[in-house]
Design a protein around this ligand. Structure first.
Ligand code: OAD
Length: 253
């Protein structure tokens, strides 16, 4: 079971994160919750509607395209109107400080929003792709438009080949974004600490990196308000990211 970090132990964990030479920060939907974006699982989560959860299986393409765009197209606008919160900013500050100190901090996210970038992070590995890119479904076409901010509510086509366009996000049954996955794998191989923020670790993306980090002997911790978190985590800082991270990742006072 993950060891719950008591409030009085928080400064110790903060000190640890200030000195670790190589940190992988892995974020999930919870980091954007305070920006008004829903998580996938749990109360108020997108997947409470099982039809919506089912829609996210690649095996349902291309028939699912109208529903997929009806769901995600308008959400492009919702996300663009959302603001990064204190958690996104705290992570970006950590990255900037670490770079100046010669320490490595790699950020890998399962989120398809752009709040880390707008919160100040210059390096973000988007393991599940990005909602703000669109690509053609036609085999061998290779057309990709990025950025694409258009809030389509019906499937667009690519006039050159006549193929359907899809949001460039990773669905169940698909491989992770290759470049992002390699960036995260390179980081996890040599990390001394993995800080997960706002992920239930229910999908294999997260659990893969958590297992890998444990294998290489890194300290594996999470920041999450849930009462219980998976055993893959060694340490559990219980709280909301937007409340905890500004303190946990603050520079030495
Ligand atoms: P989940 O919805 O599975 O988990 C969100 C986690 O965030 C839970 O553990 C919550 O307790 C926690 N949480 C809620 N509010 C929080 C807050 N204010 N601060 C910190 N944590 C908070 O989201 P993910 O683990 O990101 O993939 O889901 C992983 C993937 O499942 C998603 O990327 C998506 C989905 O299928 C694809 O669509 C491919």
């Amino acid at each position: 079971m993950a060891r719950l970090v008591a409030a009085h132990e928080l400064p110790v964990v903060a000190d640890l994160l200030r000195s670790e030479p190589s940190i992988l920060v892995l974020t999930g939907a919870g980091v954007s919750a305070a920006s008004g974006l829903p998580t996938y699982r749990g109360a108020g989560g997108i997947y409470q509607d099982t039809d919506i959860a089912d829609l996210h299986h690649a095996s349902r393409l291309p028939d699912s395209l109208p529903e997929l765009w009806a769901f995600w197209g308008p959400r492009r606008r919702t996300i663009l109107l959302a603001e990064p919160n204190a958690a996104h900013r705290a992570i970006a500050d950590l990255q900037h400080r670490a770079a100046a100190e010669g320490r490595a901090v790699t950020l890998a996210t399962q989120n398809i929003d752009d709040l880390h970038e707008r919160g100040g992070s210059r390096q973000v590995a988007h393991l599940h792709g990005t909602l703000f890119a669109t690509r053609c479904l036609t085999e061998g076409c290779g057309f990709r438009r990025s950025p694409d901010l258009e809030p389509y509510d019906a499937p667009p086509t690519f006039p050159d080949c006549g193929g359907w366009l899809r949001p460039d996000v990773v669905l169940f049954g698909e491989r992770l974004d290759v470049a992002a996955d390699w960036e995260a794998r390179r980081a996890v191989r040599s990390c001394t600490a993995l800080l997960a923020v706002g992920t239930s670790a229910e999908v294999s993306t997260a659990s893969y990196y958590l297992r890998y980090a444990r294998d290489v002997g890194a300290v594996v911790m999470c920041v999450d308000p849930a009462d219980e978190v998976p055993d893959l985590f060694g340490l559990h800082v219980r709280g909301r990211a937007e409340d905890v991270l500004p303190e946990l990742l603050a520079p030495a006072g």
